[in-house]
Write a protein of this length. Structure first.
Length: 212
C-alpha cells in the first residue's frame, strides 16, 4: 500500500505513520529524515541538498523529489510506503506524478487550528535527552523538570505561539490545496482527528478498509 499522510504541523502525521508502518509492514518515510540521511551518506542528490542547506537556502523541489525517488527505490519500499512531509505543494505533487510515483490513498488528518495551537504551544522538550512532555496532556512529575535526566525543560522555537501561527498559515496557503488535487484523482480520504491517538488510528484503518 502506497500512502501519503497530509495534515497541519502538529496534526500527528508522524505518530500515525509509525503506527501504520507496524500494522501494514511498510516503511514510514519522513522527508526531513531522508534528507538528513542522504546528506550524511553523501549520495549525489544528498550532496546537492547539502550545498543549499549549508548556504541557508531552501532545498529546491527537484532535489527533494530526487531524494524521495532514491529512497523509494530501496528494497524495503517494494510492497509500499507511507510518505509524511512530501508533497508539500501542488508543484511537488505534479513532480511526483511526472516521476511515475503513484499512490493508493491520500489521508488528510483534519484538526482545527485552535487544537493545533493548544497541542504545540503546550509542548516542552528536554534539551539534554530529547524527552518531550505536554503541560496538560503529559506533564512531568515536577513542573519544568525532565523526569528522565533532571534537566530544565524548554519550549522549542517551533512551539512558540508566533511560530505555530506562522507554520499554520504556510500550511493553509501551500499544502492544503493538495486536498483538492488528490480529491480530483479519487485518492483523498478525510480523517477527523479523534480524542486519542488510538481512536484516530481506528478511523484511518476504517478509511483504508483494513481490519486490525
Amino acid at each position: 500500500m502506497k500512502l501519503i499522510l497530509l495534515g497541519a504541523p502538529g496534526a500527528g502525521k508522524g505518530t500515525q505513520a509509525e503506527i501504520l508502518s507496524r500494522i501494514c509492514n511498510i516503511p514510514p518515510i519522513s522527508t526531513g529524515n531522508i534528507l538528513r540521511a542522504a546528506m550524511k551518506n553523501g549520495t549525489p542528490v544528498g550532496l546537492k541538498a547539502k550545498e543549499y542547506v549549508e548556504n541557508g537556502k531552501l532545498v529546491p523541489d527537484e532535489v527533494i523529489i530526487g531524494i524521495v525517488e532514491e529512497r523509494l527505490a530501496e528494497a524495503d519500499c517494494k510492497n509500499g510506503f507511507i510518505l509524511d512531509g512530501v508533497p508539500r505543494t501542488i508543484a511537488q505533487a505534479e513532480a511526483l506524478e511526472q516521476a511515475g510515483i503513484s499512490f493508493d490513498a491520500v489521508l488528510s488528518i483534519e484538526i482545527s487550528d485552535g487544537e493545533i495551537e493548544a497541542r504545540m504551544t503546550g509542548r516542552r522538550t528536554c534539551p539534554d535527552c530529547g524527552a518531550t512532555y505536554h503541560i496538560e496532556n503529559s506533564p512531568p512529575k515536577q513542573a519544568g523538570v525532565c523526569d528522565k535526566c533532571g534537566a530544565t525543560l524548554i519550549q522549542r522555537k517551533d512551539d512558540t505561539p508566533e511560530t505555530v501561527k506562522s507554520r499554520l498559515q504556510v500550511y493553509h496557503t501551500e499544502t492544503e490545496p493538495l486536498k483538492g488535487f488528490y480529491e480530483a484523482r479519487g485518492l483523498l480520504k478525510m480523517v477527523s482527528n479523534q480524542s486519542t491517538i488510538e481512536a484516530t488510528t481506528r478511523v484511518i484503518l476504517e478509511a483504508l478498509g483494513i481490519d486490525a
